[in-house]
Design a protein around this ligand. Structure first.
Ligand code: PMP
Length: 417
């Protein structure tokens, strides 16, 4: 067993939303395309043929995972962020003659929110639909925010921090038949829950490889047949002219294999993770006072459990768990360098102080019942220690008040004397 950085003997990795290891079966499929079959898929000579076929085979597999009608609807990118840029900016630019109003949610991934900010600076108007306290996009507010000049709605499939599964079917139904593009950031959900783009009525969907045990730095945008987006970069015209540049063949092959494995194993693994997640939630609630599950108890990703530990800073909890060999995230793994509270929790109307106390556990293949037992055993001690020194805990506030009271009385006494 590897010894982790903190020196703890046991390592329990529960941060799969931040990164997942590449599956060995994925890695072995990728290897030949680094060396033996290194050709450029665009080459006309023989060494391009193998890589080209491999890219097309991967395209078929990725299309299969989300039930796209044709493999040509899949455009490979360098990850979820690039696919979000291509889908959102590309659709906005293509539709700008019809209108300049975009609807999104307040709980989107930071990459989407920053794209929206960019579009606002460039003449588009964006409505951010609020979240319900349970972490769902408020569907009625979304309905009333749609206008004649709305050109694009972008809502995520599942929230990457609190795991809530968004009402994508209802949103698709709401805008079906209107001249509005529907983009879905499905990075957190693909490979974890079944997705069928044909029945959802989605025009554009973002997916990413690492969230399903594929390599990092590879993703895709699904672009439904007949939907047009403007390319964000210009170059050699690869990927139907939408994403120029020599293809990352090993990465794409890995993504394809990961998608195929996810399609085959998702249901069984999803059931296993749901059971472990529910044990973690039950154990945490049973063993720790004043702990709350963020999001909805069941309408959430099978592997996500996000808690608020009242009176404690999430960051301190993370560091103490790390000392015990347990890896988790506080707020979004993508932005956890920042100490600001999660925008998702604030959008759920959770007070700032409580939002700071959030810790996210995302489970994956390596996790077992023993890991859950270990976490449930370790957390109460850490909570006790951190609350004992927390300036927010009621016992400490009481003590500080009574000490201050004594001091005041002593000072009065001295003055009287
Ligand atoms: N959207 C969501 C919901 C995400 O969780 C992430 C990060 N995993 C991204 C987009 C960005 O994906 P990538 O890191 O592949 O660019």
């Amino acid at each position: 067993m590897p010894i982790c950085q903190s020196g703890a003997k046991r390592r329990v990795y529960m941060d799969y939303a931040a990164a997942s290891p590449v599956d060995e079966r994925v890695l072995s499929e990728m290897m030949p395309y680094f060396s033996d079959d290194f050709g450029n898929p665009s080459s006309l000579h023989g060494s391009g043929r193998g890589p080209k076929d491999a890219v097309e085979d991967a395209r078929e597999k990725v299309a299969g995972l989300i039930n796209a009608k044709r493999k040509e609807e899949i455009i490979f990118t360098s990850g979820g962020t690039e696919a979000n840029n291509l889908g959102i900016k590309g659709a906005a630019m293509r539709m700008r003659k019809k209108g300049k109003h975009i609807v999104t949610s307040a709980i989107e991934h930071i990459s989407v929110l920053n794209i929206m900010k960019y579009l606002q600076k460039n003449g588009f108007e964006v409505t951010y639909v609020p979240s319900t306290p349970e972490g769902f996009v408020d569907i009625e507010q979304l309905r009333s925010s749609i206008r004649d000049d709305t050109i694009l709605v972008s809502v995520m499939y599942a929230n990457n921090e609190i795991g809530t599964l968004q009402p994508i079917i209802e949103i698709g139904d709401m805008i079906r038949g209107k001249e509005i593009r529907f983009h879905v950031d499905a990075v957190a959900a693909t490979g974890k829950v079944p997705i069928d783009v044909q029945s959802l009525g989605t025009d554009l969907m973002t997916i990413s490889s690492n969230d399903m045990y594929g390599p990092k730095g590879v993703g895709a945008l699904y672009v439904k047949d007949g939907v047009s987006v403007e390319a964000m970069g210009q170059g050699g015209g690869q990927e139907r002219g939408l994403r120029s540049g020599s293809e990352n063949v090993p990465g794409i092959v890995g993504f394809g294999t990961a998608a195929e494995l996810a399609a085959n194993e998702m249901v069984e693994e999803g059931a296993r993770l749901t059971r472990l997640r529910d044990r973690l939630v039950k154990g945490m609630r049973g063993n720790v006072q004043d702990v709350f599950l963020n999001g909805h108890p069941t309408r959430r990703l099978p592997n996500n459990a996000n808690f608020r530990f009242r009176y404690i800073e999430g960051e301190s909890m993370l560091l103490n768990l790390d000392m015990m060999g347990i890896s988790v995230s506080s707020s979004s793994p993508c932005t956890s360098k920042s100490l600001l509270p999660s925008h998702v929790l604030l959008a759920c109307d959770i007070p700032t102080e409580e939002a700071q106390s959030a810790v996210q556990f995302t489970l994956g293949r390596s996790n077992t019942d023993d890991d859950i037992d270990f976490v449930i055993e370790v957390v109460p001690g850490i909570v006790k220690k951190l609350r004992a020194m927390s300036p927010f805990s009621p016992a400490n506030i009481q003590e500080m008040r009574s000490t201050a009271g004594h001091k005041e009385r002593d000072e009065d006494h001295h003055q009287d004397g």
